[in-house]
Design a binder for this molecule. Sequence first.
Ligand code: ARG
Length: 583
Amino acid sequence: MHVSFNIGSDLEAAVSGAAQAAGLEPGAFSPELRAADPRHGDFQANGVLGYAKARKLNPRAVADQVVAALPASLREHFEVGIAGPGFINFRLKPATLLAWLCTYDSAEHLKSGAAALYHGQRYVVDFSSPNTAKQLHVGHIRGMVIGEAICRLLAFCGAEVIRDNHIGDWGTQFGKLIWGYKHLRNDAALAADPLEELERIYKAADAAAKADPAVLDAVRAELVLLQSGNPENRALWDRINTLSAGAFTSIYRQLGIHFDHQLGESFYNDKVPQVYTELTAAGLAVESQGALVVFHPEHPRFKTQPFIIRKSDGAANYASTDLATMLYRTEHFRADAIAVLTDARQSDHFEQLWLTTQKWFAHTGRRLPRFEHVSFGSILGEDGKAIKTRSGDPIKLQALLAEAEERAFALVTEKSPELPEAERRDIANAVGVGAVRYADLAQNRSSDYIFSWEKILAFEGNTAPYLLYAVTRIHSIFRKAGLDPAAAMAGATPPETPEELALARKLVGFATVLNLTTAQLRPHFLCTYLYELAGEFSTFYVANKVIVDDAPVKARRLLLCARTLLVLETGLQLLGLRTLTRM
Ligand code: ARG
């Protein structure tokens, strides 16, 4: 029996087809398929109600017509029933559940099933994108972690993903950095911790410029030299960027994050004049108080608060380079979709950027890609304020990750003192870094969240330790039975007990949650699903003995264990976690 990966979307198409065959007005009916209350089935189509009401028809009669027109093959997979005033309920048959579990038996097969979703679509994902010469602190982790998960998820669902780290490597801060580098640098400190030293240099130069007008002039002169292409300052700029990028890379490596490109703001310097010319020619950009700006008359705020695309001193800014970036990603990368991750404070910028791009591309007859500003809230300390160290500085990412590993090491040592230290260290790495990461992903990204070591490292609740532990528990079932979870479970019969059925249904629901997660670019949907799946598994495992004498029963229960393991591991890896076989 062939079963598709995403049974729900096939069903939706079948209901639409049936409605058309039954003579419902084309285009006026939508199935409105959703997950049903498990007591009534797996899916419910509610579309008949609205359709019938608008036309003063009897909804039950319309539902009867639609159901009668369903293709016969659908009945192989579903029990179909009509409930209440005209809800159509579909319950997956146990044989179909079994067939799905047998078909999607490896990460590779899950992936080829999911690939239909974004096949042939090219996504440019702009994430992390820190500013040169600034320490990565805890606030930077959200963009990194959510961005990496989004890239993995889109690629798993068939998209061609281009990962771009749009570093803030240009701007007025370089006047101070170069002046400070020339006059204040400590070479030993620079070798030991480049970001720390560059940040110190920057702060010291900033203070000196504030205290002494002569320094301020010198700083400005360095910036002018850089902008006019002075070779010495260009070389220093290059050196500062290289030092800074090297430090970023070591954190990326620690978090398993990679990029295909690192086209920073400076890459777009020579691409900005075209933006000015085209936007001016289109009548979109106008001069205002010496600056070049774009107003959006249809917008309540941006009709008076313009998008400044060239400053009054003639210099390019964040808006100019981002417009050039839009064009480059559309033309050079031929992106079908562009996603940029930053915190929600940049919402206005990206809204203006997108409004401007739409008009600009329409005017010049360009194809418009889809665009999404994937924004996120802040991480707060337990006092509900921006998270800080005791001395009031932002917490450095490096220190946060080190602390996570240390705390996880203590936990692992308490739980499994018998394991060799090297293994406990390895487990602590996966659990500690995983916990920080998962805590971030498990929250709806739009909200702020409160960081608490106790919560993120708890072995209960929707946490990395809980899920990583659930994975190792299933591994140990197979270890004890002397079996390989990847082996085919020959002779398995369809699920039968309520717990087997509930677990099988949850597993099949993996496809639906991938749709939802990628459509909204919100990894927390997948987290919630994995947490619920682990709960479903516990319920099943408590109520149904797996290693029993009855061979077909044993085979089907082992099959459920193996697929739970597969989906948990696949899901956690998509979120960027490293899974373990024991802990
Ligand atoms: N460098 C910016 C910052 O630290 C983020 C850049 C995001 N990408 C972009 N194309 N604007 O806030």
